[in-house]
Design a protein around this ligand. Structure first.
Ligand code: PGA
Length: 253
């Protein structure tokens, strides 16, 4: 069930300007030199749309891939003031796009809308980081498994190129709060997602599943003991090159 390739994906949210290139360069330099025997990992930084082109052109080495944090569902140019579609972010160098983040679900994104976005991003051959996760209320009511299955079934179709979809399990109550799930809970949830995904979409390979929510250099060792976790979607801590680099270092300690 375990994928050996691990992902460290930064989600900068509404952070960063041209000066932040130095953060990305520091992370990229680190990834270029940090080799661990038998360990394969990939680093992605999902930055605001305003930085995609700049980072894509200016990053000194290609040891970091660039991603976007959302896109519009409509494939072509259209009357959607203020919106940017999958084709547009692809053209300026994005290789990845985060879709279904809880901060956008809170603003009204539904499973159905996210499905349309996933479909258009797949058509552009982008890699999708598809976020799922329960709220504090859903957790309290014992609805965690139900919620994440609804999100998966509501936004993914088996006709998609499923190799392009990375799932990020991010419990909403953990994002930006410093709270993280218990190890046993995580083990169960990751097993559940992988088994159900394979069953639902009749795939041979389990999906890549990341954990996201308050990941930092101090708690990363807790996660590294869970082999089903294929990597991390890191918010706040990814805005500091030191913290992001320490997360990778400590993961492999
Ligand atoms: P956090 O955010 O690491 O700041 O909790 C994670 C995310 O929103 O993807």
């Amino acid at each position: 069930m375990t994928n050996t390739l691990k992902y460290f994906i930064g989600n900068w949210k509404m952070f960063g300007d041209f000066n932040s290139l130095k953060i990305a360069n520091q992370i990229s330099n680190f990834s270029r030199h940090f080799k661990k025997k038998g360990k394969k990992y990939k680093v992605v930084l999902c930055v605001p749309h305003t930085l995609l082109n700049y980072f894509n052109e200016k990053l000194k080495s290609k040891f970091v891939s660039i991603g976007a944090q959302n896109c519009h569902y409509y494939q072509n140019y259209g009357p959607y003031t203020g919106s940017i579609n999958a084709n547009m972010i692809k053209k300026v160098g994005a290789k990845y796009v985060i879709l279904g983040h809880s901060e956008n679900r809170i603003e009204g994104e539904t499973n159905h809308l996210i499905k349309k976005k996933i479909e258009s991003a797949i058509n552009q051959k982008l890699n999708i980081i598809f976020c799922i996760g329960e709220t504090a209320k859903e957790k309290k009511r014992g609805k965690t498994f139900l919620t994440i299955m609804k999100q998966i079934k509501g936004s993914i179709s088996k006709k998609y190129d499923l190799n392009k979809i990375i799932i990020a399990y991010e419990p909403v109550w953990s994002i930006g709060t410093g709270k993280i799930p218990k190890t046993l809970e995580l083990k169960k949830i990751f097993k559940f997602i992988k088994i159900k995904f394979k069953k639902t979409f009749k795939t041979k390979k389990p999906p890549v599943v990341l954990y996201g929510g308050s990941v930092n250099p101090n708690n990363i060792r807790i996660f590294s003991s869970i082999s089903d976790i294929d990597g991390f979607l890191i918010g706040g801590a990814s805005q500091s090159s030191k913290k992001f680099i320490d997360i990778i270092k400590n993961y492999y300690k």
